[in-house]
Design a protein around this ligand. Structure first.
Ligand code: 5RP
Length: 232
């Protein structure tokens, strides 16, 4: 089965955890897109759920699939968020933000009672960091913010090139929130929870792609079938 088929399998498995009446966080990316499409099919068959999308792209897709939407201003907590990831480690800590939606994704995941992460099993790693870590920043004072980010890396014993993300059109990539993203090529993150805390405390950093302690379950689809990992 090709990669896209594996992603759809993981999405289908996560759908088993959805119950009638649930308030759902809807993730962003190619794997989460499968989940939204499969959820839309269940909605057409009579399932009643309401969703909070984590990006404009997901909002448009969810509307196309006939899923009722709301916002975190209108509902208090969500029952479940299903989202993809760029890397997943054995503690179910994640790197997210390859698609640029990390800020809304983290707000929605933090407002959810449960988060299930869905992926093909190439996303499973022993140590986070091979995938460049996205750090969402305010354009004002970018050079100062980059220096502070570099110091945080050094404090954790990490280092690597920081690259301002560009879109397909060659212009600076702008997030749904109007911010920029610096992708940090660290190779290996020595202490992800510590680095997450340090990055969060930097003025100019809006959010970063380390999702620590948010995912409760990972559904990984591979050539040998589906593997479900729960956080201990
Ligand atoms: C978007 C994300 C995505 O979940 C992540 O990039 C995985 O995407 P895909 O399912 O397309 O591999 O964090 O900001």
């Amino acid at each position: 089965m090709d990669m896209d088929g594996l992603k759809r399998q993981a999405a289908a498995q996560a759908l088993e955890h959805v119950r009638d009446g649930m308030k759902l966080g809807l993730g962003t990316g190619s794997t989460a897109k499968h989940f939204v499409e499969l959820l839309g099919m269940r909605v057409r068959d009579g399932l009643s759920v309401i969703g909070v999308p984590t990006s404009e792209a997901t909002r448009i897709n969810a509307e196309r699939c006939g899923i009722a939407l709301t916002t975190l201003d209108e509902v208090d907590r969500l029952d479940l968020t299903v989202d993809g990831a760029d890397e997943i480690d054995p503690s179910l800590n994640l790197i997210k933000g390859g698609g640029g939606a990390l800020l809304r994704e983290k707000i929605v995941a933090a407002a959810s009672d449960r988060m299930i992460v869905i992926a093909d099993d190439s996303k499973w790693v022993d140590v986070l960091g091979r995938f460049p870590l996205p750090v969402e920043v305010i354009p004002f004072g970018l050079a100062a913010t980059r220096r502070a980010i570099g110091k945080a890396f050094a404090q954790c014993g990490d280092s690597g090139q920081m690259v301002l993300r560009k879109g397909k059109d060659g212009h600076v990539f702008v997030t749904d929130g109007g911010h920029w993203i610096v992708d940090a090529h660290l190779g290996r993150i020595t202490d992800a929870p510590r680095l997450a805390g340090l990055l969060t405390s930097i003025p100019g950093v809006v959010e970063h792609g380390l999702f620590i302690g948010l995912a409760g379950m990972a559904v990984l689809a591979g050539a040998g079938g589906i593997r479900v990992v729960e956080r201990r």
